[in-house]
Write a protein that binds this ligand. Structure first.
Ligand SMILES: NC(=O)c1ccc[n+]([C@@H]2O[C@H](COP(=O)([O-])OP(=O)(O)OC[C@H]3O[C@@H](n4cnc5c(N)ncnc54)[C@H](O)[C@@H]3O)[C@@H](O)[C@H]2O)c1
Ligand SMILES: [Zn+2]
Length: 393
């Protein structure tokens, strides 16, 4: 072979795609006097698009007039062509099987829904994850407007760029990164949530405050009793600020599609994901996250990074919000296995977010299994002395 025979020939392909989508907070989105949805469809050149509504069964049950209101709204504003709605199971059941994903694909085929159509998905975080996955994969991506109807979906799950379903019990094993066309958060939907679902979403606000924003943490702490009663003003502020911090992180971390191993927004989540699986999803995601936060805060303190006073404030906040931090599921948690599965999910090195202070996160690549196990045992036995020695900011 001569010198001019290359071993490899490379052509560098390079292009950039930028994304932007609005996250809008409103009330009574299907009231004809509320122009938000109509403006959104007009601004996105969707006035003649086919609109495919998919709704969480528990939302349609508790808001039985939603379809009547939506049809009236679309006729009134003359935007888009409404297709018959699909009812989608709510809660983790939405993510547990591919049956309903196939049903979605079938309707897309039967109704000639194409990439110029819009899926209008209305529901909790689990259902939005599953419908988001179905929409992102049908025709390699149909545009989707998310309309989150739980606290956690409005302040976290519904505002980001990820979707997914579970595979043989493993959380979010299958999924894609697919930014939505827009997110419409209608606070009115929250009125019909169970108390445990109102509360569960507050855990994600505590999480993001702890890793990013001390002022927000102190506000949550000082308003914890109003939040525990789900008073609308502090709840709405909590949801907006939490969503904003999640959005800021996605836009400014330099890693919106999570190619690196660091996942600060997954603070408390390595244990949370495993506990959700172990409880067979009896534990809500947010309830598991609250326990996961307490555990990693305790570990941060016992490994010398976090002050005792800060730890106390974190435990006081979570406890007074009404979370049960000593859930019996902790006794089934295999620390080593859960960390190993989390590492596989990250797709690289183990990278766990811990705390140096409130609002001050640090990434570590090693966890002392024995120390973590001691923390699990202490938390499950609740020998943490939350109470008289409370340190309140
Ligand atoms: N994609 C992401 O970035 C991301 C981020 C965080 C969490 N998640 C996922 O989100 C899921 C949790 O979401 P969630 O906390 O919203 O819970 P959920 O979707 O399981 O909803 C909880 C329950 O409330 C019902 N519900 C929803 N809206 C209602 C309403 N307005 N009134 C009455 N009932 C209503 C649901 O049908 C369900 O039974 C988990 O699967 C988690 O993995 C995803
Ligand atoms: Zn979460």
């Amino acid at each position: 072979m001569g010198n001019d025979s290359p071993i490899a020939h490379e052509v560098m392909q390079q292009f950039q795609v930028s994304y932007s989508y609005p996250v809008i907070f409103t009330c009574d989105v299907f009231d004809a006097t509320n122009p938000t949805l109509a403006n959104l469809l007009r601004d996105s050149n969707c006035t003649s698009s086919r609109i495919f509504p998919v709704i969480d069964t528990n939302v349609s049950e508790r808001h039985p007039n939603w379809w009547q209101h939506l049809t009236h709204y679309m006729t009134h504003h003359q935007v888009g062509t409404l297709l018959p709605p699909l009812s989608f199971p709510g809660g983790e059941a939405a993510k547990q099987s591919t049956e309903q994903i196939e049903q979605f694909y079938q309707i897309v085929a039967d109704q000639c829904i194409d990439r110029h159509s819009v899926v209008l998905a209305i529901g909790g975080g689990a259902m939005l994850d599953a419908v988001g996955y179905a929409a992102a994969t049908a025709h390699r991506g149909i545009r989707m407007i998310r309309m989150p109807t739980t606290v956690l979906a409005q302040n976290d799950a519904g505002v980001g760029v990820k979707n997914g379903i579970n595979f043989r019990g493993r959380k979010n094993f299958v999924g894609t990164f697919a930014p939505p066309m827009a997110v419409l958060n209608d606070f009115r939907f929250l009125d019909t949530l169970l108390a445990r679902d109102q509360r569960a979403g507050i855990a994600e606000a505590a999480k993001v405050a702890l890793i990013r924003d001390k002022v927000f943490f102190n506000k949550l702490l000082s308003q914890r009793f109003q939040l525990a009663r789900f008073e609308s003003e502090p709840m709405q502020y909590m949801i907006r600020r939490c969503a904003e911090l999640h959005l800021q992180h996605i836009a400014s971390s330099g890693d919106p599609f999570e190619n690196g191993s660091a996942r600060p927004l997954d603070f408390g989540h390595w244990a949370a994901h495993k506990m959700e699986e172990l409880s067979q999803h009896q534990l809500r995601h947010g309830e598991a996250v609250a326990i996961g936060i307490a555990l990693d805060a305790l570990y941060s303190q016992r490994s010398g990074m976090l002050d005792q006073g800060d730890l106390q404030n974190i435990l006081v906040l979570l406890t007074d919000l009404g979370f049960r931090l000593n859930d019996k599921i902790l006794t089934s948690l295999n620390v080593e296995q859960a960390l190993q599965e989390f590492r596989e999910h990250l797709g690289g090195n183990l990278c766990i977010t811990l705390l140096r202070g409130i609002g001050n996160a640090v990434e570590v690549n090693h966890i002392d299994i024995n120390l973590m196990q001691e923390c699990v045992d202490s938390l499950s036995k609740q020998d943490l002395k939350i109470g008289e020695s409370r340190s309140i900011a």
